[in-house]
Design a protein around this ligand. Structure first.
Ligand code: AMP
Length: 158
């Protein structure tokens, strides 16, 4: 399947978050969020400067598997399993620690897209991981959801 095909919405897979989508549009964005708090603006500016910000701006390539108004999903360049995808918001948030109430719908959307792309890859089970902070292993400070699968996954994680 080409990336363009992969990025086309699949109404049977999009669930509630796309039920009111007009034709030709993958997913309706949630209502306009409240104005971000100053701290979120500051951290967002920092997140823009990451490698994922550069991918979003088209400055460097990625192997995209899904895109819509709110997020982009692409293959991890250093996969830890046969399937390893990243789902990132277009909005520049450093991590979950920078999310507030105004991001409620965006965060739900990212998880629904994570499930969508996992199924798109043929996975029946998968792991979603969101590292928040260097202590948790975060290396790219632009919020991202890892979607990992295609092999047995041990628990607890390292
Ligand atoms: P984390 O350690 O949770 O911050 O995850 C960052 C992930 O981004 C790692 O799994 C990296 O392999 C991945 N990564 C870094 N640069 C790129 C890139 N240019 N394209 C795709 N994945 C990347």
């Amino acid at each position: 399947m080409s990336n363009l095909e992969a990025m086309s919405p699949d109404p049977s897979q999009t669930g509630d978050f796309a039920s009111n989508s007009p034709a030709g549009r993958p997913v309706d964005p949630p209502p306009a969020p409240a104005a971000p708090e100053p701290a979120a603006i500051a951290s967002g500016a920092a997140a823009n400067d990451t490698i994922f910000g550069r991918i979003l701006r088209g400055e460097i390539p990625c192997d995209a598997v899904y895109a819509d108004d709110l997020c982009l999903a692409f293959r991890d360049v250093n996969p830890q399993a046969p399937v390893h995808l990243l789902v990132i918001p277009r909005e520049a948030l450093a991590n979950l620690g920078d999310a507030g109430g105004q991001h409620r719908e965006l965060l739900g959307h990212l998880l629904l897209v994570a499930a969508k792309v996992a199924r798109q890859e043929g996975l029946e089970g998968w792991r979603t991981v969101i590292n928040s902070g260097a202590e948790a292993g975060q290396t790219v400070f632009h919020l991202h959801v890892h979607v990992i699968g295609g092999r047995p996954l041990a628990w607890p994680p390292g």
